[in-house]
Design a protein around this ligand. Structure first.
Ligand SMILES: NC(=O)c1ccc[n+]([C@@H]2O[C@H](COP(=O)([O-])OP(=O)(O)OC[C@H]3O[C@@H](n4cnc5c(N)ncnc54)[C@H](OP(=O)(O)O)[C@@H]3O)[C@@H](O)[C@H]2O)c1
Length: 292
């Protein structure tokens, strides 16, 4: 696992003051966590979140939202090193010592627990796991290859399961929470994407199963986005995207696609405020699932 070189830590001129950390539960009998790097020994520990696939798009929005809410972050990426470096520099400029970056291919299941271990090494505790990374590509039935199927299931379901398994004792010690990024197409199939949908369906099942396994100390919920950002593979096919977008909006009661900030806020809410919710799948889809 390659750790990026530390980003610049100079404060931004004119940047707003960093938000105060919210109180973190500290169960009795647990060793005191080490203060995060760059903070005094008497400073209260900030909550810590591990977010996968965080360099860009929805993952980066989740990172920004949780950081603004006072979390210190362990941010995972696979290929987007430059985006991750820029995001880490942005967040470090707002609050020095608040970001750890971790590179891994989540299809390599043996490396998955390293992410949790590296987060613990750095911060000493873990309050939140956000399983956001995802593989998404079509698998036309009749032409799907076993490696395609394995990648889609490995990244969308197997890695989140083993990340949760590695994180569970630490989340339990912190009375923490897990949020999984699912998809409305884990509940209703998307034509040409059966293997992807099976991966997200497994993630939804995992959300409910682990909510049962890990209660009462750890809550486990999911966000199921509708259309938020088009896959980048479609970006070149402007006509196709425009036609597909118009057709999709016609079947979306709220009449627009969602924003990355709306997804990020749902994740924050499930982590921080949904204190009597576990095993839930929160659709953020503009009502799309209401219209067959
Ligand atoms: N975008 C939408 O409209 C939408 C709709 C429904 C559900 N969702 C769900 O919401 C989440 C975020 O959506 P998104 O569109 O922002 O996701 P995305 O861009 O498709 O993927 C997020 C990140 O996953 C990482 N990733 C892919 N394969 C990986 C692998 N083998 N190992 C490790 N990391 C890997 C990539 O990191 P690198 O770039 O660093 O390689 C990528 O940036 C996903 O779980 C997605 O399924 C999104």
């Amino acid at each position: 696992m390659a750790h990026l070189p530390p980003p610049p830590t100079a404060a931004l001129a004119g940047a707003p003051p960093a938000p105060q950390p919210p109180a973190r539960p500290s169960p009795a009998g647990r060793p005191e966590p080490q203060p995060p790097r760059g903070r005094g020994p008497d400073a209260p520990a900030r909550p810590v979140a591990l977010v996968t696939g965080a360099a860009r798009r929805i993952g980066a929005a989740i990172a920004r939202r949780l950081h603004a809410d006072g979390y210190d972050l362990a941010l995972h990426y696979r290929d987007s090193a430059a985006d991750m470096r820029a995001l880490a520099a942005e967040l470090e400029a707002a609050r020095a010592g608040s970001v750890l970056t971790l590179q891994a291919d989540l299809a390599e299941v043996a490396r998955v627990p390293e992410l949790v271990a590296a987060t613990l090494d750095r911060y000493g505790h873990l309050d939140a796991l956000v399983n956001n990374a995802s593989a998404f590509f079509p698998t036309p039935f009749g032409a799907t290859t076993p490696p395609q199927w394995e990648t889609l299931l490995a990244v969308n379901a197997r890695a989140p399961y083993f990340l949760a398994q590695a994180a569970a004792p630490h989340l339990a010690a912190a009375h923490g929470a897990i949020v999984n990024l699912a998809d409305i197409h884990g509940e209703r199939p998307l034509r040409g994407h059966a293997a992807y949908g099976m991966g997200k369906a497994a993630l939804i099942f995992m959300t409910r199963a682990l909510a049962l396994e890990l209660a009462p100390r750890v809550r486990v919920n999911a966000v199921a986005p509708g259309a938020i950002l088009w896959p980048e593979a479609d970006a070149g096919a402007a006509d196709k995207s425009a036609a597909a977008q118009a057709a999709l909006l016609a079947r979306t009661p709220l009449g627009r696609i969602g924003t990355v900030e709306e997804i990020a806020e749902a994740v924050r809410w499930l982590l921080r405020e949904a204190s009597y919710s576990t095993g839930q799948v929160l659709r953020i889809d503009g009502g799309r699932m209401l219209d067959a």
